[in-house]
Design a protein around this ligand. Sequence first.
Ligand SMILES: [Zn+2]
Ligand SMILES: [Zn+2]
Length: 261
Amino acid sequence: MKLIVLGSGTSVPHPTRSSAAFWLETAGGILLLDCSASSIHRMAQENLDWANLDAIWISHFHLDHCGGLAPFLFGTKHAPNTQSRTKPLRIFGPTGLKKLIDAFDSANAYGLLEQPYPLYVSEIENLEKFEIVPGVEAVAGKTPHTDESHAIHLRDADGKTLVYTSDTGFWELIAAFARSVDLLLIECSFVRDKPVEIHLELAEAMHLIRKAAPNRAILTHLYSEWDNVDFNVEIGKFEPGCEVIEAVDGLRLDISEITEY
Ligand SMILES: [Zn+2]
Ligand SMILES: [Zn+2]
C-alpha cells in the first residue's frame, strides 16, 4: 500500500494543512479515506489519477471529512476525464450516507447520482466486514466522536494492514482495533489540555499507540496549536514503542517497504 497525505488538518482553514483526506493505493484499487472539500483539488495538485479512483471511505459527517463528496461528484459528472469511464466508483460510509448525498443533490437538482460511470453508495455498520476494493478487506469500528463516526481497519492482498481512526475521543478499544497494524494513522488534534472530549491530545494518542504496538504511527488532524511546538520534542517526552511521524500535506509513504518515496 502507498499512502499520500492530502489533508493533515481540521475544519479550521490553515495555510498548509488541508482538511482530512488520504490517498491510498492498494493491490485492488485506489481509495480515498475521507473527502474534505479541499481534497478534490489536492488530488490534482499531487498529480494523482483522481478520475480513476475506485472507492471513497467517509468516516463521519463532519464537513471537514465529507464536504468534498458533492463537489467531487459534480466534477466527475462533467469532467472530460470521466466521460468514458466504465468502471464503478463505490462510496462507503455510516448509516445516513445516502440521505446526506440525497440532501446535497436535491438542494439544486444537481443529478449527482447520474454519472457517466456506475456509482454505488453503501452504508456500513459497526464491526461490519466488507471488501472495499477487490482483495482488500475492511472492517469499520465505532469511535467516540459522533453517533455515526467510524475508524477503519484495512488489510491489503499482501497482508499489510492500516488503521485510520479519523476523529475520535479517547477509548481503549481503539488500541485493540489497531493491534499490531503496519501503519496506525491516528488523530491527535491537540498537544495538551484538550478543550473537548471528542478528540485526542498527545498523551492519549501516545498511550493508544503504545498499547496498539503498530510498526509505525502517523499523527494527523492537527489543529493550529501544533504550529507553535517542536513535534519531535513533544514526541520525545513519551515512549510510544515505534516511530511516530507528523502528517504533513504531501507526505508519501510506502507501507509495504515502510519508506518514504
Ligand atoms: Zn475533523
Ligand atoms: Zn469530526
